[in-house]
Design a binder for this molecule. Structure first.
Ligand code: CAA
Length: 255
């Protein structure tokens, strides 16, 4: 098994476990990620933590050895498999946190970009080096990277293939923060900062912010109005406001 799924308390932990190949994404690994994400989607986990086994790599990208000498139709299917697998993260009912614990190159960074949040350990090295292979990113990188760090920085990363160290990644907003110690524990500690809130309302918040970068402002404001109105209709909104007025902690029910 090259992708491990475990439960740690209220959280699901997905670990790419192919350290001898720096957790590279073979097509079999992509299929396994997809199967595991489907399972997580149907679970009651409050958040998903994604990380890589070993101390060197989160994930060194698509398995280059597997990519050579294939028909173009097969290449296209492979690209679509990667895109569709990572797109499952967009629609997971719970937020996802990538803890980048070493190299996150190519498809590895694209996996992290599809997560709701990205954290990095101090030894993290991030990049989209496909240009050095005569390729361009194909698992969502050219689309998600500019949405996260802006067009100019994304163009620089994609067209030079240069490596970004953890500190720069934090400065340019490619990761939210640098974390020390065990990557899974760090991911869980971060997830605990939102895990007690209402899951459906967290989903509205995530959907509203993510749509901000894909639609014109006037349409985005309408989406915000719709989702904010929907939040008022939840029992959790009633509970949250009642708890404030009664000066007690809220007891959210995900309803
Ligand atoms: N695919 C397949 N195998 C890989 C791999 C990859 N992406 N990255 C590393 N490995 C393998 C190496 O071949 C090596 O195995 P062998 O000893 O059997 O040859 C093992 O992992 C360890 O790697 P290195 O010896 O190279 O380790 P290093 O510490 O010297 O270098 C590295 C680390 C800088 C990350 C280097 O391995 C590297 O540059 N890897 C490729 C990174 C890359 O180009 N990623 C993009 C892939 S294309 C892509 O992802 C397209 C897309 O959009 C989806």
């Amino acid at each position: 098994m090259t992708v491990r799924l475990e439960r740690r308390g209220a959280f699901a932990v997905l670990t790419l476990d192919r350290p001898e190949a720096l957790n590279a994404l073979s097509f079999a690994v992509l299929e396994e990620i997809g199967t595991r994400l489907d399972k997580i989607a149907g679970s009651d986990a409050r958040a998903l933590i994604v990380t890589g086994a070993g101390s060197k790599a989160f994930c060194a990208g698509a398995d280059i050895k597997e990519l050579r000498g294939r028909a173009l139709t097969a290449q296209r299917r492979g690209i679509e498999l990667g895109q569709q697998t990572f797109a499952k993260l967009d629609t997971l009912p719970m937020p996802s946190v990538a803890v980048i614990n070493g190299y996150a190159f190519g498809g590895g960074l694209e996996l992290a970009l599809a997560c709701t949040f990205r954290l990095a350990t101090p030894n993290a090295k991030l990049g989209v080096p496909e240009i050095k292979l005569g390729l361009i990113p194909g698992y969502g990188g050219t689309q998600r990277l500019p949405r996260v760090i802006g067009e100019a920085r994304a163009l620089e990363m994609v067209m030079t293939g240069r490596t970004v160290e953890a500190e720069e990644a934090e400065r340019i907003g490619l990761v939210s923060r640098i974390v020390e110690g065990d990557p899974v524990a760090a991911g869980i500690a971060f997830a605990e900062s939102f895990a007690g809130f209402s899951l459906p309302v967290l989903g509205f918040a995530r959907a509203a912010v993510q749509r901000a970068l894909t639609v014109p402002l006037v349409e985005g404001l309408k989406i915000e109005a719709d989702l904010a109105t929907l939040a008022y209709q939840t029992q959790d909104a009633e509970e949250g406001m009642a708890a404030f007025v009664e000066k007690r902690p809220p007891r959210f029910q995900d309803a």
